[in-house]
Design a protein around this ligand. Sequence first.
Ligand code: FAD
Length: 483
Amino acid sequence: MPSIPDPESPAIVWFRRDLRLCDNLALLAAVRTGRPVVCIYIREPSDEFAGALGAAQACWLHHSLHALDQSLAQSGNRLLLRTGNPLATITELTTLTGAASVFWNRRYDADGVRTDTAVKAALTERGIEAKSFTGFLMHEPLRLLTGQNRRYQVYTPFWRAFEAQVRIQDDLLVPSSMAPPENLPGSESLTCWNLLPSNPNWARGFEVHWQPGEAGAQARLDAFAEDSIDRYRNGRDYPADMSTSRLSPHLAMGEISPHRVWNATSAVFNERTAEDVVQFRRQLVWREFSWHLLFHCPDMATANLNSRFDSFAWRGDSDNLSAWQRGMTGYPIVDAGMRELWQTGWMHNRVRMVAASFLIKHLLIDWRQGERWFRNTLLDADQANNAASWQWVAGSGADAAPFFRIFNPIKQGETFDPSGTYVKRYCPELAGLPDRYVHRPFDAPDAVLTDAGVVLGHNYPKPLVSHPFARQRALAAYRATAQ
Ligand code: FAD
């Protein structure tokens, strides 16, 4: 029989990618003990619990931890920051505070699962209650399985099973009080973690676009539900349109729960919005699917899901990689996307697909190089979504795009950015071009280029590679892999 804890022995909440007070089952469990609550965030030795923390996301993490600490302060508590091995850190904290319980929301990457399993076993052995909850995802990858008890490999059956079997948790409020113990230990200083860039401060532009933290996430969700969900289905592929939710950095850091996002769409569901809501939910469930894959295929960020790709003849071209990273490929839609990423820390989904396809298929550069660049520069860098999406575009992943689908960057631009609004926003040197040439400046007559002030190879690059040549080269390389 477990002993009844002393009413003064605290319950510890170990925050990870769940930096919020609402809809936080681990926090709620701690508050419901009626005992003092200790809140901790541990900076783990690997620098991250879910893969190396990229530079852009480190910056977001700084603001998000600050926001969480401020919210806790309003409830009379605070966030302790610690660096170290989680097992040693939690063990030390339970000893220092006399805590009788430790609660956390589950994570699903291999390192995280291994660590949490070890922590749970060690605490239990010492008679300390250790409990984990669902908070980062809506489904549990171990429980939602096919009829043969296997992982899902294809999205549509996963979506059907998700719809039929997953119960979406109701919204949970912020607990009204969560007093700390009297002997709350000291915290490390967030500033000393040096998560922010300083010299130069390349993240300055991010502040215009984003408000990290739970309040920013909720404001983003409210704005999306009020203003743009009813144009999601038709607008989501148009990068100039801003009709997607832009919740991804908040979801990646757990500042808002996916349940809450889903429930907000129920509140606006009606005859007029039904198709938009379903489309949006399908995207939200792609996130679940990606994590389902990562849980069952832990090395998805580094190894091809389809091992046939292990022998793919990638080209190790560092000049082309660098041109792609800097938005200097000579294809405006790709360049606009890569510059949007650099300036705002985010890129529209349609353009992510085109830019990724360009790197992989036009330049024949290994998808892992792109995955790494995105992980370092995206504010929403998400180990599962990023790897699954890169493998999807490469054709090496689950439910992958067929290899003969090679996005034509000119046609993609003309279809989804017909008047070049998006391109002109991020490639201002092309702003003077007439619409018909904005996605193909290399086809414009000299007089048109001169009028627009564009000098190819001088103030805007010539294409790194011609589309017809690149297409044939990619098809040949893919055929060799497929056979
Ligand atoms: P919305 O359209 O409003 O969708 C709502 C939420 O659903 C998103 O916030 C996201 O959490 C989820 N979602 C949407 N599309 C996808 C998708 N295709 N796969 C998985 N989840 C999805 N998304 C990330 O969150 N992190 C990444 O690191 C990431 N890397 C990507 C890399 C490539 C090459 C590609 C093609 C896509 C990547 N995505 C990634 C998926 C997608 O581009 C973003 O989730 C989306 O653009 C975020 O914008 P939003 O919040 O406005 O999306």
